[in-house]
Design a protein around this ligand. Structure first.
Ligand SMILES: Cc1ncc(C[n+]2csc(CCOP(=O)(O)OP(=O)(O)O)c2C)c(N)n1
Ligand SMILES: [Mg+2]
Length: 788
């Protein structure tokens, strides 16, 4: 193992009784987490031949760290992201605290049971942050800490809610994920506090043992970001051995031992250690004395006494880390510690077989039938352990989720009228109007953007509501009388969080803001903006945010070919399909500003509804002539449902043009020209393909879209058009069994102006008319006696 700094903590007295109880509970957590996985794989039986899985080695690696955390260190206000593969450890701990049922443990990884990876929305035992996609949970704690600062500095937090620590229990290979460093840098910019990252430094990932020199990189990376770094390398027993004569040589030997050899010897056990130490240090008399004074089992126990498995060392380190400085604990551990495959490089998905489990069970002194017993086989009496558990500070409050009162939303949002506007401009104006007032809604909106604040039209909002910063900073350009349309005063009162260009960070911060109600007792209404194509840059984090059931409004603009001169790389194509495909998300693509105002108003309510979801608004910079109209209640309801007739069809009409978003003028013009040949043709505006789709799946014949399309002739035709993938609307043909000619974009874009590009990609009026003509010809061919 590489050289490291010494244990950087101040020793503090911890009552011996406490350590004994914690060690007993630690032993029980190791047993329960291993048994839970064994039960799922070997006893429950597989009905489909699939291995159920679960990670005994990853779990064993963090048993001491997590037992110390939950049974000693944490307070109810602390929030934790547990590395995904330690889910069994988390659930075992909650079980011991009385917050998880035996049935759920027995059903680990089965439907309705404890989840394979801790899940805020699917588990019942108070998971703070879901994890699963490695790296994201780690970053989540950093952004949650920023959100906590936001609500506390504004004094929004209810009553006497104290700020807590945001804690990540991190697998060391998670630090390979780039998103961790994006978050680290962003966290540094925002001077985040109250953050602990506890790295389970077992030097193993899924495939292999990691490189020896990585430790020094982690150490200096965190130092560079002004973190306190606490290294927990050697446990008490090894430290005592180092203090003996000859101990220095032993220490040097372990320090210099390559990770792979150390891991291999952990697996081989006492005899292996002895052989190596004898051949390399055997001539040293003092080392000889150490070797002679330990039998193989004792030698193995000594050589594997890393601080991450040494309860006293862990407790000391956690207790000593007072203050709100962001702190990284690098805790040396052994993957699979205490299990037969400890240290083996292939142990990630390894499971104890029945025989190994039998031996492990007798070593744990678990009688048959007592496998789920909370205290069987422990040295400390059950009533004493129960008394200890009853005093655990973390469990003083349960559940720890807060209820946050809803924020009132007015019956309509002012959208200043303009004869011509784009939806993006409209978005800026609507927010600006909200920002002018002093409503509760205005106070609870928080905007954020990865360096595209101005270019997504958040500028007016930010001018009025300011940028959030822990410390007040004047706008230097303003102070120096340099004329600028942007006034960016930074202060704790600010309501915009400016992020660097890292879309992953945008989504993870949206995730943290979107659960600020349950986390911190303060409901916020987050609005994040970015360019539509870059949704894909943050897609996994977007998915992650939705999986947590975080509630937010994503405003993606510009989008599609309407970004014409910017070329193919910036023109989004597949994003509407993402809007359709992601769960917990409603996707809207309005064409006009009055639609947008109603969608936003409704959206602020829907984001807060118990059965609500997040919103994705795909907007455009294309300026469109705005309709002269006032939206009545019916029209409002219809556009929220996802579609309305811009021009209703005559009863039994033969054809309808269906459009979504910025292609509205082409669709309207094609419709106007078509009326000469197909009188009574309809023009359908789709504002939300995703809401139509969800509703259609749920209600079929009575769904909103079915009822709208029922106004056409049963053998009527559809031409659909959208500045995005044609599949966004092509499914509409199945709703009323109407043949459909879908237009959209299926190839990468290129630079041009809208007219040329719409022509090249077949979205213009001519293309729509051609599609309609083709549809009519095809239909005549289908009719009895008709010819194509
Ligand atoms: C984004 C992502 N990629 C891949 C995986 C599959 N995976 C699960 S755990 C793991 C390795 C984890 O190693 P480490 O973080 O060191 O945890 P350990 O098991 O050693 O405790 C990988 C690659 C994943 N869960 N998420
Ligand atoms: Mg690891």
């Amino acid at each position: 193992m590489p050289d490291t700094a010494a244990l950087a903590t101040v020793a503090k007295e911890i009552a011996p009784g406490t350590v004994l109880c914690l060690k007993a509970l630690e032993r029980k957590v190791l047993w329960l987490s291993s048994w839970m996985i064994h039960n799922a794989n070997h006893l429950r039986g597989s009905r489909d031949g699939l291995k159920v899985g679960g990670h005994q080695a990853s779990s064993a690696s963090v048993v001491t760290l997590m037992s110390a955390l939950y049974f000693h260190t944490l307070r109810p206000e602390d929030r934790v992201a547990v590395k995904p593969h330690a889910s069994p450890v988390f659930h075992a701990i909650q079980y011991l605290l009385g917050h998880q049922s035996r049935d759920k443990l027995a059903a680990f990884r089965a439907l309705g049971g404890a989840q394979s990876y801790p899940s805020r929305s699917k588990d019942s035992d108070d998971v703070d942050f879901s994890t699963g996609s490695v790296g994201l949970g780690v970053a989540m704690t950093s952004f949650a800490s920023l959100v906590q600062d936001y609500v506390h500095l504004k004094r929004m937090a209810p009553g006497a809610l104290a700020p807590g620590r945001m804690v990540a229990v991190v697998g060391d290979a998670e630090l390979d994920e780039g998103n961790v460093y994006e978050a680290l840098l962003e966290g540094w910019k925002h001077d985040i506090r109250n953050l602990w990252w506890i790295i389970d430094y077992n030097r193993q990932s899924l495939d292999n043992v990691i490189t020896d020199r990585l430790y020094t990189r982690f150490d200096s990376l965190f130092h560079a970001m002004k973190w306190r770094v606490v290294t927990l390398k050697y446990g008490k027993r090894l430290q005592a051995a180092f203090a003996r004569p000859g101990g220095e040589a032993l220490r040097d030997w372990i320090d210099d031992c390559p990770n792979s050899l150390y891991s291999a010897l952990c697996f081989k056990g006492g005899a292996g250690w002895r052989r190596h130490l004898e051949s390399e240090l055997g001539k040293n008399r003092a080392i000889r004395a150490i070797l002679d004074g330990h039998d193989d089992d004792q030698l193995h126990a000594l050589m594997t006494n890393l601080a991450g498995h040494d309860m006293a060392s862990v407790l000391e380190a956690f207790d000593a880390a007072a203050g709100d400085e962001p702190t990284c604990f690098i805790a040396y551990t052994i993957k699979g510690f205490g299990l037969p495959f400890a240290g083996h490089k292939d142990n990630h998905a390894g499971l104890m077989n029945r025989e190994q489990m039998g031996r492990f069970k007798s070593m744990m002194r678990i009688p048959d039938g007592d496998e789920w017993d909370r205290f069987a086989g422990l040295d400390v009496p059950a009533d004493e352990l129960q008394r200890f558990l009853d005093q655990v500070p973390f469990a003083r409050q349960y559940p720890r989720r807060h209820e946050a009162a809803p924020v009132a939303v007015p019956p309509s949002l002012a959208a200043p009228r303009a004869a011509e506007a784009s939806t993006q401009e409209g978005f800026g104006r609507i927010l600006n109007e909200i920002a002018r007032g002093e409503s509760e809604l205005a106070r609870r909106i928080i905007t954020l953007s990865p360096d595209v604040t101005v270019s997504t039209n958040l500028g007016p909002w930010v001018n009025r509501r300011g940028v959030f910063s822990r410390v007040r900073q004047e706008d230097v350009f303003k102070e120096e009388d340099v004329v600028s349309s942007q006034r960016w005063l930074q202060s704790p009162e600010g309501q915009h969080i400016e992020l660097g260009i890292a879309e992953n960070n945008l989504f993870i911060l949206l995730a943290a803001l979107g659960i600020s109600g349950p986390l911190f007792g303060v409901r916020l209404l987050p609005i994040g903006t970015l360019y539509d194509p870059f949704i894909m840059r943050g897609l996994d984090a977007f998915n992650y945010a939705l999986y947590q059931d975080a509630r937010f409004m994503l405003v993606a603009t510009p989008s599609g070919l309407t970004l014409a001169p910017e070329g193919g790389a910036h023109q989004s194509i597949a994003t509407p399909l993402i809007g359709l495909g992601l769960p917990n998300l409603d996707f809207f693509e309005p064409a006009y500003v009055d639609e947008l105002a109603e969608i936003m108003r409704w959206g602020f309510e829907f984001m807060q509804a118990p059965d609500g979801r997040s919103l994705y608004l795909r907007l455009s910079t294309r300026t469109l002539a705005q309709p002269e109209r006032t939206l009545g209640p019916e029209l409002r309801a219809a556009l929220i449902a996802g579609a309305y007739w811009m021009v209703p069809p005559a009863a039994g009409a033969e054809l309808a043009i269906v459009y979504s978003g910025a292609v509205a003028p082409e669709a309207a013009e094609a419709h106007r020209q078509l009326l000469e040949d197909v009188p009574g043709a309809g023009l359908l505006a789709v504002t939300s393909a995703s809401r139509l789709h969800v509703d259609w799946l749920a209600r079929r014949e009575t769904s909103h879209i079915r009822r709208l399309l029922a106004q056409l002739s049963p053998d009527g035709l559809l031409v659909t058009v959208v500045d995005g993938h044609a599949a966004t609307l092509s499914w509409l043909g199945a709703v009323g069994h109407h043949p459909v000619h879908p237009l959209g974009v299926e190839h990468f874009g290129q630079s041009g102006d809208i007219r040329d590009l719409y022509h090249a990609y077949r979205l213009d009026t001519d293309a729509i008319l051609d599609a309609a003509a083709a549809a009519l010809v095809e239909q005549r061919g289908r009719r009895p006696g008709g010819s194509p």
